[in-house]
Design a protein around this ligand. Structure first.
Ligand SMILES: Nc1nc2c(ncn2[C@@H]2O[C@H](COP(=O)(O)O)[C@@H](O)[C@H]2O)c(=O)[nH]1
Ligand SMILES: [Mn+2]
Length: 436
């Protein structure tokens, strides 16, 4: 009998074609074929070698730059973002690119960067915070202070998940999709313990009033937490295996999983399950606050979006086509949050900004500015007790500039605004690993 072990002894690497080859080989053996004849049958099943894809020449594919310098630090920031985009456009799967007005450099793809790709999923372009997103709940004419007080007792910030007595579950449908997906079925514990948690950094729970009606609304900002980070890690490992064969010249961080493979299909389904988990996680926090919800919407701003046969990888950009009737653009804790409607502009590849972005790192900001208080007109609370002033509004780029550049590049219209009352942030976390 010819088995996989036989094929390996004959010098083949295990691959998906083994099944059909073994079937035909054993059939031939049963009909009296010689080893030479069987070897010939096996050879017919071996797919032709794949020609590795190299990097494109610099400048071969252009990108749209929807940002221009207006304030201090903008020019350096734009130069760094453009340099990253120029390298990114050399990746052979990438067909188009765009930079949003809130862009800032960050690894292989800038924050505020969008790339259009055919037939491939690049986990490195959504990074660990898969499906970072914003969600709005309209609670009607209730007292914003009471909303913030209640929210402080029911949300969760900080590392890890909720204690067992305080845990909530996503829907049975989402849990079932996790259990059936080979990328997610190892992460059932954080799927529950991290549900309805917000993490840290610039994730927030913001309470404000709608400019159009005066209604009180809650806006949450967080992503897929531990389950998403684990999915990203597994996706990068699979992508690296493909990169070694398909495009060894491409940087590891830009590796991809071909969409039309079993791995590609499973990873895509895992992304959709993670997205639904994240949407439910926002909604659960809003429900826990305990007021009836009159209106609810959300959007992802760190995700891969499929339109036809193109996969738009958006690292910090808001989708702006008809399916997304109302989208949410936060700027900083002291500014209104914009309710936007994208224009599906070609120069934005259909996207609009997802915030204001930063011109300098948190560490640099604290070194240069070190604010000692939050702006007086807002009620800011630090979940972990100590304020994290790297989240001060001054740490972000000018909100006015981002607003004017949204208009200048025709990326969206602003349909309403949420005026700030106050926010809950994670606050400064003890980071014992940094003290070493
Ligand atoms: N309303 C608030 N907006 C904030 C706050 N901190 C940051 N931001 C804005 O959000 C975007 C999105 O950040 P990202 O992590 O998804 O890249 C950021 O660019 C800021 O403009 C806040 O406390 N309140
Ligand atoms: Mn985000």
């Amino acid at each position: 009998m010819i088995t996989g072990k036989t094929l390996i002894e004959w010098g083949y690497q295990p691959a998906s074609w083994f099944g059909a080859a073994l079937h035909d080989a054993n059939d031939a053996e049963a009909h009296g074929a010689t080893e030479a004849e069987i070897r010939a049958i096996i050879a017919q099943h071996v797919p032709p070698p794949v020609e590795p894809r190299g990097l494109r020449a610099a400048g071969e594919v252009a990108f749209h730059l929807n940002i221009h310098a207006e304030g201090e630090g903008d020019a350096d920031n734009i130069a760094a973002v453009s340099a990253t985009m120029q390298e990114l456009m050399r990746v052979p799967t990438v067909e188009a690119g765009a930079v949003m007005p809130d862009a800032c450099p960050a690894g292989v793809i800038p924050v505020g960067g969008v790339v259009a790709v055919k037939g491939a999923i690049h986990p490195g372009f959504h990074s660990a915070d898969i499906c970072c997103s914003v969600a709005v709940a309209n609670l009607g004419r209730v007292d914003p202070k009471e909303v913030l007080d209640r929210a402080m007792t029911v949300t969760h910030f900080g590392p890890g998940g909720r204690q067992q007595r305080d845990q909530h579950k996503p829907s049975a449908e989402v849990m079932d999709r996790f259990e059936r997906n080979r990328f997610l079925q190892w992460h059932l514990q954080p799927m529950i313990s991290h549900f309805a948690t917000q993490g840290d950094g610039n994730h927030f729970l913001y309470v404000g009033t709608l400019q159009s009606t005066g209604d009180t609304v809650v806006v949450t900002h967080h992503g897929s937490r531990g389950p998403g980070a684990r999915l990203y890690k597994a996706g990068m490992q699979d992508a690296e295996r493909f990169r070694e064969k398909l495009a060894p010249e491409v940087p590891k961080a830009a590796a991809w999983i071909p969409f039309d493979t079993k791995e590609g299909q499973d990873y895509w389904e895992a992304l959709q399950a993670i997205k639904d988990w994240t949407r439910e996680s926002h909604f659960k926090i809003h429900q826990l606050i305990g007021f009836p919800i009159n209106d609810w919407f959300w959007n992802e701003h760190n995700f891969i979006f499929q339109r036809g046969d193109t996969f738009f990888h958006a690292k910090g950009a808001t989708p702006g086509w008809a399916e997304y009737d109302r989208t949410i653009v936060p700027l900083n804790m002291a500014e209104p949050i914009l309710i936007t409607r994208g224009t599906d502009a070609a120069n934005g590849l259909g996207f609009l900004p997802h915030g204001a972005g930063r011109n300098m790192s948190r560490t640099q900001f604290l070194k240069e500015s070190a604010p000692a208080a939050w702006p007086e007109h807002i009620d800011v609370r630090s979940f972990c007790g100590t304020p994290d002033f790297s989240e001060h509004p001054n740490a972000y780029k000018s909100a006015a500039t981002v607003r004017s550049q949204i208009a200048h590049y025709g990326l969206a219209e602003i349909v309403d605004e949420i005026l700030p009352y106050g926010s809950i942030m994670a606050g400064d976390q003890p980071q014992p690993w940094r003290k070493k």
